[in-house]
Design a protein around this ligand. Structure first.
Ligand code: BDR
Ligand code: CA
Length: 310
């Protein structure tokens, strides 16, 4: 039986690739794709998500449900610089949205589905954690009703990608992340920049995808991202941050995890959004997070390419 999954996104170049991986794998029962403010506005993220499902011709099977249009307490911080004005790196600009988002509000949808299938739902979060925090505020016991949560966010040993110390998803809504980190989930996996920065999709991988609507989309949507990554890191590639979180749901053996106590900074001028991992258990707190410390990047990229080729 396929895993029941709700994928929460702020589509975004790499979110889109995460959606494609999830759908094309054929191994997940996607209950819905829920959207949230993040890389782009909620409206834009929702439209982009609908377009990706249309590209994959699954828009009739998988509902898109809108969530929060802003962080819990802060003003939005868009990432147009990285993802382009509309969020897909300029791709699918002329595609009309002919199957719009379904009725409903993502946090309520998450609560309903988890109540309907207790112990069965995996939440894969590849955006600021606002929707899940809102769901937990309404129903704290949700933490004990979901099967597991896998989220792309944070960085425990390396540098940040928005500020010197903060990763984008954590930086945008650190208050939401704090609620999620302290909710008491029995299985909460952090897929941070420490591992996602090693999952680099390059030109050769894209060539391997052949010539299909998906490969053409991947080539076009990642072109700007790959150029930008080169300017920063001297490597021409697209970091598969969000797809790796989906990859962990599909193939957990691709990563090594270790249980640690992790908290997030919310009251600092310089360090808001920093994920602080207590490697030496100095705070004497019970571990709350399974932190991905290693990834078999080559195996993941191979898997990604094979799935997108099919
Ligand atoms: C994360 O931030 C967003 O810009 C990406 O979509 C990804 O979820 C990487 O830090
Ligand atoms: Ca994202």
């Amino acid at each position: 039986m396929n895993k029941k999954v709700i994928l929460d996104v702020d589509t975004g170049v790499d979110d889109a690739l995460g959606i494609i991986l999830a759908v094309q794998s054929g191994e997940l029962e996607l209950l819905a794709v829920t959207t949230v403010n993040g890389n782009v506005s909620l409206k834009q993220a929702t439209e982009n998500t609908c377009k990706i499902l249309q590209l994959l011709q699954v828009e009739q099977q998988i509902p898109v449900i809108k969530g929060a249009d802003k962080p819990l307490m802060r003003t939005p911080v868009f990432e147009h610089r990285v993802h382009g004005t509309e969020g897909l790196g300029g791709a699918l600009g002329s595609m009309p949205v002919y199957t719009p988002a379904a009725e409903g509000f993502a946090p309520d949808f998450i609560i309903d589905q988890v109540r309907q299938y207790p112990g069965e739902v995996t939440l894969v979060m590849t955006a600021p954690l606002t929707n899940l925090a809102l769901a937990l505020m309404k129903r704290p016991q949700l933490a004990h009703e979901v099967k597991e949560v896998i989220f792309m966010g944070g960085v425990v040993k390396g540098v940040g990608n928005v500020t010197p110390v903060a990763e984008y998803n954590m930086y945008v809504d650190p208050e939401a992340a704090k609620i999620v980190l302290h909710a008491g989930f029995p299985s909460l996996t952090l897929v941070g920049l420490d591992v996602t920065r090693r999952a680099l999709l390059n030109e050769a991988h894209i060539k391997e995808l052949g010539d299909t609507p998906i490969s053409r989309y991947v080539h076009e949507s990642t072109a700007h991202y790959r150029r930008l990554y080169f300017e920063r890191n001297q490597v021409r590639a697209c970091a598969l941050h969000d797809p790796l979180a989906v990859g962990v749901a599909l193939r957990p053996e691709l990563v090594t995890t270790q249980a640690y106590y992790v908290d997030i900074e919310t009251r600092s001028e310089l360090c808001d959004g920093q994920t602080v991992c207590d490697f030496q258990n100095r705070l004497r707190r019970k571990p709350n997070v399974k932190v991905c410390t290693e990834v078999d990047a080559e195996a993941f990229l191979h898997f990604f390419v094979q799935v997108l080729k099919t």
